[in-house]
Design a protein around this ligand. Structure first.
Ligand SMILES: Nc1ncnc2c1ncn2[C@@H]1O[C@H](COP(=O)(O)OP(=O)(O)OP(=O)(O)O)[C@@H](O)[C@H]1O
Ligand SMILES: [Mg+2]
Length: 259
């Protein structure tokens, strides 16, 4: 598939953090494409660059080298105003740390992206997405009055309420029990099938990844593998391989340093 068919594409993307001795390449030449109406899981050991990939793909972080295409445009060439408009209208993002506003209720947090985009929230639209996430009874609560899993579901509802063309989600089920997690994953899979939305989801969980149509594996800032129509067993086996490789490299580095 060429880039013309992709809704999100990264080409030879490099992103470094820090300076001097402490400089790390969080992404080290990443090329990957995501077709419209697909659900992809991104997996890899801790520190492999998954969150950085998501932030760069969503235009929330700049890249040092390479190119990003998001919904047909290159975010690096856009003004901050145009970028904000693009994010509000086309993109949803669920962060690893929820990022809910503490003084707003669950319902107000969910309504916020619509208000920011100048689209007055319709009560039925907001009620529907809250109900889909099992939050109907919690709509009037502040984040501080909700459990971690409930806060995570408010963050997902907030990202879905605008029906974004692309949803980026960083560990969206990390704080959920397995039952709630399955419900949320089934909902994500349904919105891809029914609304043609595109989902790119970082996860550590092979069960969560098995809900996606494709898994992309990262290690040390590079794409090292991918799997189509993943099963839990196949994903777990690949992850075990990457983690043992990671451990071996760390051992070698530590021994090297000790010599
Ligand atoms: N703002 C930052 N400043 C400095 N280093 C950073 C920053 N963000 C990420 N890094 C580094 O870049 C690398 C990749 O980080 P990233 O957060 O993308 O990993 P990850 O795969 O999402 O890990 P996890 O599974 O633990 O969330 C790590 O070595 C991390 O320490
Ligand atoms: Mg991360």
């Amino acid at each position: 598939m060429g880039q013309a068919g992709a809704v999100v594409a990264l080409t030879a993307v490099r992103r470094e953090y820090g300076s001097g001795e402490g400089r790390v390449a969080a992404l080290d030449g990443v090329t990957v494409e995501f077709a419209p109406g697909t659900f992809t899981a991104i997996m890899g050991p801790s520190g492999s660059g998954k969150s950085t990939l998501l932030q760069c793909a969503a235009g929330l972080d700049r890249v040092d080298e390479g190119r990003v295409q998001l919904a047909g445009v290159d975010p690096s060439g856009m003004s901050e105003t145009a970028l904000t408009k693009l994010r509000r209208e086309r993109i949803g993002f669920v962060f690893q740390s929820f990022n809910l506003l503490p003084t707003l209720t669950a319902r107000q947090n969910v309504e916020l992206p619509l208000r920011l985009a100048g689209r007055p929230p319709r009560p039925d639209q907001v009620a529907q997405v809250l109900a889909e996430l099992g939050l109907a009874e919690r709509a009037g609560h502040l984040p501080g009055e909700l459990s971690g899993g409930q806060q995570q579901r408010v963050a997902i509802a907030r990202a879905l309420v605008t029906r974004p063309q692309v949803l980026f989600a960083d560990e969206p089920t990390g704080a959920l029990d397995s039952r709630t997690s399955r419900d949320v994953l089934a909902l994500l899979r349904r919105i891809v099938a029914e609304h043609g939305q595109t989902i790119i989801m970082v996860t550590h969980d092979p069960v969560a990844a098995s809900y996606a149509g494709r898994v992309v594996f990262l290690a040390d800032g590079r794409v090292v593998d991918e799997l189509a129509d993943p099963t839990v067993e196949a994903v777990a086996a690949r992850m075990a391989g990457l983690e043992s490789r990671h451990d071996t490299e760390q051992d070698v580095a530590e021994q090297g340093a000790a010599c």
